[in-house]
Design a protein around this ligand. Sequence first.
Ligand code: SF4
Length: 164
Amino acid sequence: MLDEMYVRGTQVNYYFVCKTKLWLFSKNVSMEQESDLVKLGSLLQRQFFGREEKDVSIGPISIDVLRRGDEIEIVEVKKSDSIEKADYYQVLYYLYYLSKFGIKAKGRISYPKKKKVVEVRLEEEGEIEEVLERIAEILAGEMPKPEYKSYCRKCAYFEFCFCG
Ligand code: SF4
C-alpha cells in the first residue's frame, strides 16, 4: 500500500512536470527511493495509529502528516510554486489513495517563501482517475521524446536527455 502511494504520488507529479521524466522515473526506481519508501511506511504507521501530531519530511516529496481530531491532514512543503499544478495533483492523489482505505483526509500545500497556502480537497474522484489512466498509457508506450524546458538543467536526467 505505502510503496504504491509513494511511487504513484511522484508519478502524478512528474506527469505534469515532464512526460519523459515520468517515464524514466517509472522505469528506474533507485535504492534511494526505496529507502524513502521505508521511511514513509514507518511514518504513516506512526501517524495513523500512533501519537496525536507530529510533522516529518520525507525525502524528495516532503510529506508531513498531521492528525487533527478525526481528520488526517497531509502537508506538502515546497520551495517554489512554479509547478503548482503538479503539487496539487500529487496531494490530490494521496487523498484519493487514502480514501480507498477509508481514511478521511484533507491536504495542504505550503509555499513558505511565497507565504502561500493551497488547500486540497478530494471533491470528486474522476479528475485524478483520468490522470492515472493517462499515466498508465504513457508507461505502456515508448519513452516520450525529451522537450527542453526551463527547469531541465536542474533535472537528474538532464545529461541523459540532452548530452547524449
Ligand atoms: S531533462 Fe527535461 S526533458 Fe529530460 S526528463 Fe528532465 S525535465 Fe524532462
